[in-house]
Design a protein around this ligand. Structure first.
Ligand SMILES: Cc1ncc(COP(=O)(O)O)c(C=O)c1O
Length: 412
């Protein structure tokens, strides 16, 4: 600590060492979640069985010569996923409505490729999952933002864009549950209306439900697929094992009406290479069927739920307002001073909003690091905006750099 002599609370903190800045950027599962003995053993057993049965199951090939290639995924894996998801969602899942993918990102990318063309508009929530914007731009789509509220996207704003753009809105991308970065959940009323708008204005909805199965509390929402109309289907519900097992697994799925899945399976690189996760998904078959996946999801949800509670309590203690998520990996906080985590401006399509917001991920850091990081942010915040009474507590010695003193004085 340079030059300042601190008294009171700050002096006490200085005596045990100043809290260090922490990196709240990573929306990753922490190493402890990946290295648990049960997970490691269950995966090893599942992989062993997958390899042992690979010839019999044709999982090292393009498919089964008798029934054809597995464009949508290996039929046994799709059946196992249907059974697993049925129990998780408490709703029927027909394996013919599933396609396996390389995680959620590939699911989104496939939908943008198959259902958008250059010049079409793709709507995003703002703030929104910042890495999705580029997937639209990659296809020549024009991303446009509409505000995201606690109960979901501003649907009046969406309708306005649809009217003004005269049929150019072809895709709407939404993270309707445990939204990244805000943690918001789209209400059932908004889900119904979004689908009404989709039918009226003829757009497709890409629902990135990466966090659907990662719940700390009940949510009372089912995947958007269950709001779709089989006579005029419009929804892709996208799931992934990335935040449940680990991002390196890179297996996910799309749930949609079979008619909507066909163009995804018909894309050039799928027709040429076939479904990209035939082998890796089949190595997970036993993990899914044996109940190990469901057990692991409980472990992950409990662990992350505790971290989420901790960071939210800590944030409140330091005087920041926070919407406590019921699942997912991040909290969204309006800063009052110096920033930490990922800057909110990244979460706007044009980078022109949310400059004073930060997305703080709690999945990567230990509980101690979470506490320390928020304490450090609090100190930085005080540094930038010290309440007037704090002046009485801060004495400066002659070595205090003038510049820092000026910061304190000018931010009163
Ligand atoms: C909303 C959302 N979608 C997709 C992803 C990436 O998922 P995957 O690794 O399965 O592609 C993330 C990762 O942070 C995410 O937050």
């Amino acid at each position: 600590m340079s030059g300042g002599i601190l008294v009171g609370e700050m002096a006490a903190r200085a005596s045990k060492g100043a809290p260090e800045q922490q990196d709240f950027v990573n929306g990753w599962p922490h190493p402890g979640l990946l290295s648990g003995a049960a997970l490691q053993e269950d995966l090893a057993e599942s992989f062993r069985r997958g390899v042992a049965r690979s010839i019999e199951e044709h999982s090292l090939n393009y498919g089964n010569p008798a029934t054809g290639s597995y464009m949508l995924g290996h039929p046994k894996f799709l059946q196992a996923m249907a059974t697993f998801l049925e129990a998780q969602y408490d709703a029927p899942v027909d394996p013919n409505t599933l396609m396996s993918t390389v995680g959620a990102s590939m699911g989104t990318d496939l939908c943008f490729r198959a259902y958008g063309k250059a010049g079409d508009i793709c709507i995003f929530e703002e703030p929104g999952y910042f890495l999705s914007f580029q997937m639209a731009r990659d296809q020549g789509l024009e991303p446009k933002g509409v505000p995201m509220y606690e109960d979901g996207m501003d649907l009046d704003a969406l309708e306005q864009v649809c009217k003004e753009s005269m049929g150019k809105v072809k895709l709407v991308y939404t993270v309707p549950v445990h939204h990244n970065p805000t943690g918001y959940i789209t209400s059932n009323a908004k889900r119904v209306r979004l689908l009404q708008l989709a039918r009226e204005y003829q757009f497709f909805v890409v629902a990135d439900e990466t966090y659907q199965l990662l719940n700390f509390q009940p949510t009372e929402v089912k995947p958007l697929f269950y709001h779709d109309d089989a006579d005029d289907p419009r929804v892709f519900s996208i799931g992934t094992f990335s935040k449940l097992i680990g991002p390196g697994i890179k297996v996910g799925w799309v749930q949609a009406h079979p008619k909507l899945l066909q163009p995804l399976a018909g894309l050039g690189f799928i027709r040429s290479g076939n479904n990209p996760v035939i082998f890796s998904s089949m190595n997970l078959l036993h993990f899914v069927e044996s109940g190990a996946l469901a057990r692991h999801i409980e472990v992950v949800s409990k662990d992350l739920g505790e971290r989420c509670q901790l960071i939210c309590r800590k944030l409140r203690e330091v005087g920041l307002e926070v919407h406590e998520p019921k699942g997912g990996y991040s909290v969204w906080v309006k800063s009052k001073g110096k920033m930490t985590g990922r800057g909110g401006q990244d979460m706007a399509v044009k980078g022109d909003k949310f400059h004073d917001y930060m997305r703080l991920c709690y999945g990567w850091l230990s509980p101690e690091q979470l506490e320390e990081g928020i304490e450090c942010a609090q100190q930085m915040h005080r540094f930038a905006n010290p309440p007037v009474h704090k002046y009485a507590l801060i004495l400066w010695n002659a070595e205090q750099p003038k510049q820092e003193l000026n910061v304190i004085m000018s931010s009163a």
